[in-house]
Design a protein around this ligand. Structure first.
Ligand code: GDP
Ligand code: IMO
Ligand code: MG
Length: 429
């Protein structure tokens, strides 16, 4: 099977964009299958930095990009992003980008509800990106979403907006937020329709043809397994399934089409937003890792919380996410630390457990059990082969491999496209 799926194995921002960009040279199509513009994928190519939220990262390599039905699409954000990357010299036209006609839309009322709810939660806020992702997925499941294809049938929009507004204005009013008017939203949709519809098609057909022709499909995940709506640290999660299985349902292909599943994990751990984080470092080491790793959210600009590598959590992500190989990123950020810790279990109610419990209270109470490993004094930054790595860095990678139960397939040692060590070509399985 020539296809590869890339998913996050922690809480996001592991370097999926960089890895997808690197792998895209070997792929024919790159497909986003869940999430929305809550994602922020950074690609560094020479002196250009690309920050992509909705567009598949393969577009930077000139590869066909597909936005699957599992993605929630903010049409305004999509058009703005297309303009932005065009300004950086990337060609995005209906010849290079196709959007699933059955994908649900994010409208301004979704972002308004997302923010009003977060404000109402106060201390208990989830720390969402405020982009309407959760409310848009709710509408999809509630069968009241307006989808891409609906833009082609303006006569049907009136009744759809009535249903949406009944629901949203009731909630917004209850939350003390501003409500929306039907004529304004109708005009908004009518204006967007001719700009979005040229990209729309049944992408499942194109993907099926590509699969039959033996073309290589690369699935680009957003967020990560610990943010998965079912398997993550609920309720501090995003509103989609982020596991590899979603690559199939979120693009309109069968489960056998997914191919080899790569889980991306940082050599340490970060998290944006609220929620439990057992191996979090609240000291100077955490601060240093954050500074050196430039751990600021691509979408939110918020400082990311930093901590040691949590092997228990990644092992769980490997299992539930269907991960067959690991890409370990940002190893260079740990250069020069005298010693490193790896989380190998949790202490909970006087017992040691080897999985993250489901209850938020238990997750918050879980104390990490650490294994200490010697650091390295040499530099791994920019290394492009095993031979360039300090011996102790290799030991660290090998230990992680053992603990998480999946082989390291690629290793990255810098933000640049070519700062990558290849152990095995994932397209070869
Ligand atoms: P994504 O959401 O998983 O695509 O990750 P982000 O792009 O949000 O965050 C990863 C950040 O780390 C980006 O700024 C990348 O340029 C950067 N990055 C990726 N790989 C490496 C690496 O191996 N070393 C260093 N120092 N930075 C990296
Ligand atoms: P990439 O693809 C890191 C987090 C938010 C918040 C929670 C819910 O760049 O790895 P949402 O707006 O989705 O309802 O927010 O999920 N979150 C991410 N954290 N990386 C991401 O994407 C994220 N997308 C959402 O911070 O805690
Ligand atoms: Mg990101």
């Amino acid at each position: 099977m020539p296809n590869v799926a890339v998913i996050g194995a922690q809480w996001g921002d592991e370097g999926k964009g960089k890895v997808v960009d690197w792998l895209a040279s070997r792929a024919d199509l790159v497909v986003r299958f869940q999430g929305g513009h809550n994602a922020g994928h950074t690609l560094v190519v020479g002196n250009q930095t690309y920050k992509l939220s909705l567009l598949p990262s393969g577009l930077v390599r000139g590869k066909m990009g597909i936005i699957g039905n599992g993605v929630v699409i903010d049409p305004e954000a999509l058009l703005a992003e297309i303009e932005r990357v065009r300004g950086q010299g990337i060609e995005v036209t209906p010849a290079t980008l196709r959007v699933a006609e059955n994908a649900p839309l994010i409208l301004p009322l979704h972002a308004a509800l997302d923010r009003a709810r977060e404000a109402a939660r106060g201390e208990r806020k989830i720390g969402t990106t405020g982009r309407g992702i959760g409310p848009a997925y709710e509408d999809k499941v509630a069968r009241r979403a307006i989808r891409v294809a609906d833009l082609a049938e303006p006569a049907t929009l009136d009744a759809k907006l009535d249903e949406l507004l009944l629901h949203h204005n009731t909630l917004l009013r209850g939350l003390g937020a501003e409500t929306f008017e039907k004529p304004t939203l109708m005009q908004y949709l009518l204006d967007l329709a001719p700009r979005i519809l040229p990209f729309a098609e049944p992408v499942w057909e194109r993907l099926d043809e590509a699969r039959r022709a033996g073309r290589r499909i690369l699935f680009e995940g957003a967020q990560a397994v610990m943010l998965d709506i079912d398997h993550g640290t609920y309720p501090y999660v995003t509103s989609s399934n982020t596991v590899a299985a979603t690559a199939a349902s979120g693009s309109g292909m069968g489960p056998h089409a997914i191919g080899f599943v790569l889980g991306i994990a940082k050599a340490y751990t970060t998290r944006v937003g609220s929620g439990p984080f057992p191996t979090e470092l609240l000291d100077a080491t955490g601060q240093m890792i954050g500074d050196r790793g430039r751990e600021f959210g691509t979408v939110t600009g918020r400082r990311r919380r930093c901590g040691w590598f949590d092997a228990t959590m990644v092992r769980q992500a490997v299992t539930v996410g269907g991960i067959q190989g690991i890409v370990l990123t940002k190893l260079d950020v740990l250069d020069g630390l005298p010693e490193l810790k790896i989380g190998v279990g949790y202490r909970l109610d006087g017992e040691t457990v080897s999985r993250l419990p489901a209850s938020p209270a238990a997750q918050a109470a879980a104390e990490p059990v650490f294994e200490t490993i010697e650091g390295w004094s040499g530099s791994s930054a920019g290394a492009r082969s095993w031979a360039d790595l300090p011996a102790q860095a290799v030991k660290y990678v090998r230990r992680i491999e053992e603990l998480v139960g999946a082989p390291v397939i690629l290793l990255t040692t810098g933000p640049e496209r070519e700062d990558t060590i290849v152990v095995r070509d994932p397209f070869e399985g």
